[in-house]
Design a protein around this ligand. Structure first.
Ligand code: FES
Length: 347
């Protein structure tokens, strides 16, 4: 039987396993409280975790690396300097603890964007760096464990073999499957057989010469993704077959803040907040202590969705919002700057 999610409402799951993948990344496995239900999602999607830290629930989005249909969800989380939630999970979360979880979401998945077919063969190129390996690993598992024969080039960039998340698993896949080709590029190759270098257009052509026949799925730090995207545009790749994702917050989501005062009203909670024109709606609502879930802060996860029933905001992202929601005035608070007095409904 499958687990039933509730849209926009966190459910409680229990941590049933936790182990280190590298010295600064752990995998955790989450199950329903009866530990008997199966979880469905589209490979490449993420979930949003809510963790109680110092009396406040902090939400963050993490990609799933398990397989749809498993009796648990698996996530791999890397330590981030100053990262409240990731460091809490690494240092304090224990097996048996519970977490709040919002349903799987995300357009970066291999079901909505399947690999293209070249001369009768489905072909994909998965490119990742660091913890960006998690969603592309879910895609590889999906294809390797289904009847769908997809030729997979798995290109991963890491500092060293020791710092490569899932190193043993990807080597095992490489040895076991003729259609799974591991291309590992290390900053420090030490005594391994893998090449050493920094990814650029020359390495791309050398490691995956037939890349133009493939659909590309990319995940990693922002700068890495911007660079890789540029290499492919410069190489005249057909960008209709290019998909990418990253949860690294961008710095461009906010307009210039002016000294002009505006009022944010939340009638359902009988609250009025003074703010400045240009302030991010999410900051204003959070600083006032209102129950807004802000997970990715990047306009990707949709957790901060709220309705602006009066007034104007400028939004830099509309990810996950449907046409109907947009018509009704829904916005992503983390990506919306205040333009005037507004009336807002949360959730
Ligand atoms: S917090 Fe993820 S879209 Fe706003």
């Amino acid at each position: 039987m499958f687990f039933q999610w509730q849209d926009h409402h966190p459910v409680t799951l229990i941590c049933i396993d936790k182990y280190y993948e590298t010295n600064d990344a752990v995998s955790i496995k989450l199950a329903d409280l009866s530990e008997s239900l199966l979880f469905e999602f589209k490979a490449g999607q993420f979930i949003t975790l809510g963790v109680d830290i110092d009396g406040k629930t902090e939400f963050r989005a993490y990609s799933l690396c398990s397989q749809s249909g498993d009796d648990h969800l698996q996530l791999t989380i890397k330590r981030v300097e100053g990262g409240k939630v990731s460091n809490f999970i690494l240092d304090k979360l224990m097996v048996g603890d519970t977490l709040q979880v919002l349903p799987p979401k995300g357009d970066f998945n291999c079901i909505d964007h399947p690999p293209c077919v070249h001369q009768g063969q489905k072909k994909a190129l998965l490119i990742s760096a660091g913890c960006g390996i998690t969603p592309v690993m879910a895609m590889a598992k999906q294809w390797l464990n289904s009847d769908e024969l997809v030729d997979i080039e798995f290109l991963h960039i890491a500092r060293s073999q020791q710092e490569t998340i899932y190193f043993d698993l990807i080597e095992t896949y490489h040895a076991a499957y003729d259609h799974f080709h591991l291309r590992l590029l290390l900053k420090n190759r030490e005594a391994t057989d893998y090449p050493e270098g920094r990814l650029n257009a020359v390495w791309l052509q050398q490691l995956v010469p037939d890349f133009k026949q493939r659909t590309i799925y990319l995940c990693g730090p922002n700068q890495f993704m911007q660079d890789v995207r540029r290499y492919f545009t410069d190489l005249d790749f057909d960008m209709r077959h290019f998909f990418q994702e990253s949860f690294t917050p961008t710095q461009q989501t906010q307009q210039e803040v002016s000294s002009e005062q505006v009022m944010v009203q939340v009638p359902d909670l009988a609250t009025s907040i003074e703010a400045n024109k240009g302030d991010l709606l999410a900051d204003v609502l959070e600083n006032a202590g209102l129950p807004l879930i802000v997970a990715c802060r990047s306009g990707i996860c949709g957790s901060c969705k709220c309705k602006v029933s009066q007034g104007a905001v400028t939004s830099t992202s509309q990810e996950t919002l449907t046409e109907q929601e947009l018509e009704q005035g829904y916005v992503l608070a983390c990506s919306s700057s205040l333009e005037s007095d507004v009336k807002v409904q949360l959730g």
